[in-house]
Design a protein around this ligand. Sequence first.
Ligand code: NAD
Length: 487
Amino acid sequence: MSTISVAGVDIDTRHYIGGKRVASPESYTNTSPIDGTFLGEIARGNADEVDAAVAAARAAFPAWAKLGPVKRGALLNKLADLVEENVEALANIETLDNGALLRSHLRGVMPRVAMNIRFFADYAINDLHHDVFETRGHTNNVSWDPSGVAALITPWNAPLMLATWKIGPALAAGDTVVLKPAEWTPLTASYFADLTKQAGIPDGVFNVVFGFGSEAGAALTAHPDLSRISFTGSVPTAKIIARSAADNLTPVSFELGGKSPCIIMADADLDLAAEIAVEQYDNAGQVCLSGTRLLVHESIAETFAEKFAAKAATLKQGDPRDPDTDIGPQVHRVHFDRIKGFVDRAKAEGQNIVIGGEPNTDLGGLYFRPTLVSNPTPGSEIVTSEIFGPVLCMQTFTTDDEVVAMANGTEFGLAAVVVSGDRAHAETITRQLVAGTVWVNCFFVRDLRAPFGGSKKSGIGRDGGTWSFDFYADVKNTVISPNGWKE
Ligand code: NAD
């Protein structure tokens, strides 16, 4: 069957290529992480479907590029309107598919999807700087030209939200798109494809191929006819994609993992610190930016730990459709087992697990209890590896130099959180942190005009405002001589 009903909404499980639905000879099974309910059989794309999608995007490119930012912007704003009209459907579908909280999808995530599209459409019209430089009478005109076909590969933790950080600027820049969403969470991408059709986005401008990373993903990133590859996911996958992109010298943008520090200074408001620290369990810990290493000044560690434990005890774990739930299930059995593996090995090593440390047997299925490991052995995998689940560790420090060294002491550099009551002191620390985003006395606030990305192994390049267009557009300088004119 090519159409399934999810949360009362019809969803096509076939690829969306050149404005049409295209089947594959094979499919794979998609289930809900909430309770294992069967959701549907999804088209399992491979090289043939990827070739067709890239060809459709290539064919649609000249007309889309020629349309210019204003006409493209009108269509993209129509698409954003349709997302807003469909927030409830999108939120319900996403929650059933990836298990994240329905209340977050309704209030924050899906409205952000519309905002992402609108923001980049309007930015291309109003905010891109078309610099002009004069050199010895010659005029240098900087322009932002469409570049071709952008391949977008996305993860499952915030499927449509993260996809539209890429779709928005790529389409606004005049590129056409082939999206390969994560295999565990394909559904909102399909519904979104229908919305692009309704919005009047021309056939072939936006295409979706479903399937596994090692099949559809690998075929897409190896394709010779791409102008850009934008990937959000894990470091090991990024290495594979980088090798594949190298053969065609396709430019890449990578948003990767993290093991970010959350630093609690001695001068911090400890109630605020506990609140921010507990937020690191958001989305059942499946947030790339999470400050999973709580680095706490020794002088306040005991009081902070008490406040943290009290706050963590109030978190309600359960069905993500229940508005009172704070922590839902992990996305998939494979991922759940991976998280459990980290915690089981930590236990076997004798690490001190002070909160959680096991599946929630009252709920069964894929629910893992929020977990805290106190004073883990420095250098052990629980301190250095990205777990991507509700597992935090807490270490103490005594000096600024020590905490800066600890904070910067992993291969990642995605984000950092600092909680401090003293502006000058906080600034001394933030200046020394190696991270794409640093939050002070807050978490998860972001302006789309600001750069977003990772240092070290957490990424290559930056998204946001001009940085996004710097990637998706071909930036061109046209130098005009004062001589040779017949006027
Ligand atoms: P993943 O790397 O396993 O998969 C991400 C995507 O890559 C999926 O669509 C997958 O199908 C595809 N893929 C897998 N193998 C591929 C291959 N050989 N060729 C092409 N594509 C392939 O990551 P995941 O488990 O889905 O996501 C979790 C990771 O993503 C974590 O490391 C997390 O930190 C990171 N992440 C980063 C950000 C960020 O903005 N920095 C945001 C969200 C998630």
